[in-house]
Ligand binder design. Structure first.
Ligand code: SF4
Ligand code: SF4
Length: 277
């Protein structure tokens, strides 16, 4: 079952760099996953890396695209032909089973059919680094907020002025002029306007504050998350730019070495009559 991104995506971009298959990209409105590239991280992780970092849990299994582990590892092998996936590869299908062997992303048949080794072989390229795990705070589950009680579910305590016993009654029974009956001594008690006012005010203030606090809390958290993502993206952009600069600098350097190499048999450059140029 390929992974898909639902419409709840907030375009934070956190999932894109986590995908070992480059299956995630920015779509017209939200990020999208190419099902022909997604392997549900089989071969690389025992979980879906995009789902692990998504702050709104919108990377979910696509129920219309169910695939077997065999099909997924075959896709991973086809996509990464330079990677030797052992039989004990990472897979969400095997989560909880014995830990797979160490990193599988090693170049395949590195030494096969090589010409005679030079005296000083060039350093082997470092393996492509695996996507780093997201900071722990990104993976925290959605908060389980305390459930807001329905207004009719409140049990409002009443103390009987005659027998002194306590009982409870629902808010709807505290209308002005309504009669409450003590279940212990059966004495009646009339609800007057001040009692009605105090209960209405207490409940209204509670619900207003609850709503206000919740909105403020979620707005603050959302803002912090956006700022965190922006910092992370900027950091990544800087890193990628540095990598490109390093790559280009080394290409230039190699070109200079090649251009300036005084190979045996290379025709000497003609000098001008005056000895310069
Ligand atoms: S499940 Fe894994 S392979 Fe599929 S899109 Fe997410 S990160 Fe990429
Ligand atoms: S991590 Fe989730 S919310 Fe962020 S871009 Fe990816 S799918 Fe969308």
């Amino acid at each position: 079952m390929a992974t898909m991104i639902t419409g709840e995506c907030i375009n934070c971009g956190a999932c894109e760099p986590e995908c070992p298959n480059n299956a995630i990209s920015q779509g017209e409105e939200i990020y999208v996953i190419d099902p022909l590239l997604c392997t549900e991280c089989v071969g690389f992780h025992d979980h879906e890396a995009c789902a692990a970092v998504c702050p709104v849990d919108c990377c979910v299994p696509d129920p219309n695209n169910v695939e077997t582990e065999g099909a997924l590892i075959a896709r991973a092998r086809a996509l990464h032909q330079d990677v030797d996936f052992s039989e004990n590869f990472e897979s969400r299908f095997r989560k909880g089973a014995e830990k797979p062997a160490a990193a599988t992303a090693t170049p395949k048949k590195a030494e096969a059919a090589q010409p005679a080794a030079p005296a000083t072989p060039p350093p082997a390229p470092p393996p492509q680094s695996q996507p780093s795990r997201a900071p722990a705070e990104v993976e925290e589950p959605a908060p389980a907020f305390v459930e807001l009680p329905d207004i009719d579910s409140w049990e409002i305590p009443v103390r009987c002025f005659k027998c002194g016993e306590s009982y409870t009654s629902r808010p709807k029974h505290f209308t002005i002029g309504n009669v409450l009956w003590c279940p212990h001594c059966h004495k009646s008690m009339v609800v007057k306007d001040n009692l009605n006012f105090q209960i209405r005010t207490a409940l209204k203030e509670f619900y207003d504050k609850w709503e206000c606090d919740l909105v403020e809390f979620q707005t603050r958290r959302e803002k912090e998350l956006i700022e965190f993502r922006a910092r992370r993206k900027k950091d990544l952009d800087n890193f990628l730019a540095q990598q490109k600069r390093d790559l280009q600098a080394t290409k230039n350097r190699l070109q200079n070495i090649s251009d300036s190499y005084d190979a045996p048999g290379r025709p000497a450059r003609k000098r001008s009559l005056l000895g310069w140029g």
